[in-house]
Ligand binder design. Structure first.
Ligand code: T3D
Length: 281
């Protein structure tokens, strides 16, 4: 099983290097892999302003490293993430709240940043994922969930609409009929149902979840990362492109993939009948 070293690197903040400890997340790095764990288990890892700040700092650190090849996101304790912390001071004054403000400041930039990250982002959904927590999970490139996990578009229970990309991904992943019912009724969708309906990639029995997630991360940390980043770019673009535009994009991205060291290694290894040793370059 893969062991993650405790995060204790100095971060460059405000132009200076200083050690940083996180209060609401854990961030561990090993050769090739970073693991970000939402870490407010008593509150089902719901998002606070501080958690957003800490995630931003962790991603800045990740982006500054040349050797990172996969990001894993998961949750501590029995839940994955219950969405916005409804008791957070930034949310407390509902009479005067601009409900778009935290989306524009926190959630939307975070989701776009994950989309642009040039490596696979895996979300290991270890328990309930509700509200923006569900849609944060669905923003990952590969979503793997333990069998006892569930996904809930909790928003309408407090008279909001699905945000954090929910109205974009739900109809595209699972179809309009389900997107509409899940959003309006806010009922939990089991991990098994999520897999069956195409909402997520995979549902795994609870007792095999950790091992399977570790094996996936290990595999991706040795994959041809540049090619995976280009696959990510091509597939997301295909959602909105017409066919001729997508064919042109494929050709351009394939040109880029064909210039990588991993492409040369992949072909060489095939011809030499040995496993490829990809470096991610
Ligand atoms: O401005 C904006 O637009 C903001 C953006 C909003 C995006 C959103 O995410 S809105 C949706 C926010 N989320 C929710 O409405 C979900 C609220 N939580 C729940 O409905 C339930 O907790 C769950 C169905 C997710 C799980 O239920 P259960 O029974 O397993 O757990 P629990 O007992 O309800 O929760 C455990 C603890 O976590 C509990 O704390 P306590 O009483 O033991 O001290 C509970 O209050 C706390 N908790 C759970 N979710 C949140 C939360 N505390 C703050 N905010 C939460 N979202």
């Amino acid at each position: 099983m893969r062991k993650f070293a405790p995060y204790n690197r100095a971060l460059r903040l405000d132009g200076r290097k200083r050690p940083m400890t996180f209060q609401t997340i854990l961030f561990d790095v090993t050769a090739g892999a970073a693991r970000l764990t939402l870490n407010r288990p008593d509150k089902l890892n719901s998002f606070t302003g501080l958690m957003h700040q800490e995630i931003r700092a962790a991603l800045t650190d990740l982006e500054s490293r040349q050797d990172m090849r996969v990001l894993l996101i998961t949750g501590a304790g029995r839940g994955f993430c219950a969405g916005q912390d409804l008791a957070d001071p930034s949310f407390a004054d509902v009479d005067n709240l601009d409900a778009a403000e935290t989306l524009e400041r926190n959630y939307n930039p975070l989701l776009l940043r994950l989309r642009r990250l040039p490596m696979p982002v895996v979300c290991a959904v270890n328990g309930v994922a509700a509200g923006a927590g569900a849609n944060f999970a669905l923003a990952a490139d590969l979503v793997i969930a333990s069998q006892s996990a569930s996904f809930m578009q909790a928003f309408s229970r407090i008279a909001l609409i699905p945000d954090a990309g929910g109205t974009y991904v739900l109809p595209r992943l699972a179809g309009m009929a389900r997107a509409m019912a899940w959003s309006m009724l806010a009922e939990p969708v089991s991990a098994e149902q999520a897999q069956a309906t195409g909402l997520i990639w995979k549902c795994v029995p609870d007792d095999k979840f950790t091992a399977e997630v570790d094996a996936l991360v290990q595999r991706l940390s040795q994959a041809p990362t540049r090619a995976l980043a280009l696959i990510k770019k091509a597939l997301y673009a295909s959602i909105d492109n017409d066919y001729p535009t997508q064919l042109k994009l494929e050709a351009n991205l394939q040109r880029e993939a064909g210039q990588s060291a991993d492409f040369r290694e992949g072909v060489k290894a095939f011809l030499e009948k040995r496993p490829a040793r990809f470096t991610g370059r």
